[in-house]
Design a protein around this ligand. Sequence first.
Ligand SMILES: NCC(=O)N[C@H]1[C@@H](O)[C@H](n2cnc3c(N)ncnc32)O[C@@H]1CO
Length: 147
Amino acid sequence: MRILLIHSDYLEYEVKDKALKKPEEISENQKKGRLDEVLAVFMSVEKVDEQNPEEIVKKAVKEIEEVVSQVKTNNIFVYPFAHLSSELGSPDVALRILKEIENELKNKGYNVRRAPFGYYKAFKLSCKGHPLAELSRTIVPGEAKKE
Ligand SMILES: NCC(=O)N[C@H]1[C@@H](O)[C@H](n2cnc3c(N)ncnc32)O[C@@H]1CO
């Protein structure tokens, strides 16, 4: 999994069009979303993650929590983003992993939104620009080696 973390004044998105034949079903009020004072977490789930999705969820949550504590926010935007890797995992597994990350973070008390999966979306982001405002992480299952 490739992760890009941007500490932002706000992130807002608007769903524009389907990017998959069967995107995630969403309600009317999920077509637009915004969070202020947020850690935006763009995530590309990779093929190698399918070897141990549970471990990837745990590692991703740990990485996100570490950055959240450093930038001192409680708001997290989980954002599916298929542009951080050339070895993407299947949409079904990716959605499951992202939903589990969202749920684990919610269970830990964070204020979490997740952008809809399988769509083209317009988005606006206001990066804060401090030294820890732009970070990236790569995580893989324990034994797996990335080529
Ligand atoms: N910017 C718009 C967009 O990325 N749209 C993506 C994601 O919402 C989602 N998606 C599909 N596969 C993946 C994956 N492996 N990891 C993350 N998201 C995925 O499906 C869309 C088309 O690839």
